[in-house]
Design a protein around this ligand. Structure first.
Ligand code: SF4
Ligand code: SF4
Length: 207
């Protein structure tokens, strides 16, 4: 199967969506007074699963630009991550392992980091496609800041994830086109996206 590449215009667009996410995050973080500086935690060891081919393909655009030595190191860490996380899950535990793209506390592919990496931290609001309203309180440090500053949790500003998620979902639809529904649904860690190589396309019968 050949690789599923992001066409240049979609690659540009996902970059713009990611920039909008970062801007929306920064605005709320600034309002609340939340900063990751000096935080005793590092969220890059959180167990997150990712669901879109477009993000997977964009991540691989970044991976391809790495030099061989660095890629070897990342690949080695990613394999270890996959082995250890599967063992922990088999034991009924939620993995808490450092992302293979984190080196010395920093993200090696910061410009290509995924949506969850860009939205985790500040309070957020989301209207799901079924109309249900969800609100997320943010990370533990954010919750401490909010508790000390606002009367109730919902008085704090929240990042509006709805439009950003919709834009990403539309981009995913444009990338997959009539392959949507034929390609398997994905639920992968970043380590699995690295070890598994870039996303693969399927052959469509045009008849
Ligand atoms: S997102 Fe929150 S918990 Fe994570 S590093 Fe930043 S302040 Fe700390
Ligand atoms: S991709 Fe980067 S920001 Fe996201 S978890 Fe990995 S190291 Fe952290």
């Amino acid at each position: 199967m050949k690789e599923l590449f992001l066409p240049p215009e979609l690659s540009c667009e996902i970059g713009e969506i990611y920039d909008s996410m970062a801007a929306a995050y920064d605005e709320v973080a600034q309002d609340i007074g939340l900063t990751c500086e000096g935080c005793p935690d590092n969220c890059c060891d959180s167990y997150f699963l990712h669901h879109t081919y477009c993000e997977w393909a964009y991540l691989w655009e970044g991976i391809r630009a790495l030099d061989d030595d660095r890629l070897d190191r990342i690949m080695q860490r990613a394999r270890e991550y996959v082995t250890r996380s599967r063992l922990l899950i088999a034991r009924g535990e939620r993995p808490q392992l450092m992302c293979p793209l984190n080196e010395a506390g920093l993200c090696v592919l910061y410009g290509h980091r995924l949506m969850i990496c860009r939205t985790h931290g500040v309070p957020a609001a989301l209207i799901r496609p079924d109309g249900q309203h969800l609100r997320f309180p943010g990370c533990f440090r954010c919750q401490e800041v909010v508790a000390a500053t606002y009367g109730t949790e919902t008085d704090a500003p929240a990042m509006n994830r709805t439009i950003l998620f919709q834009r990403l979902a539309q981009l995913e639809s444009r990338l997959l086109g009539n392959r949507r529904g034929l390609l398997p649904k994905i639920k992968l860690t970043i380590a699995e996206m690295i070890v598994g190589g870039p996303p693969r396309d399927i052959k469509i019968n045009q008849d």
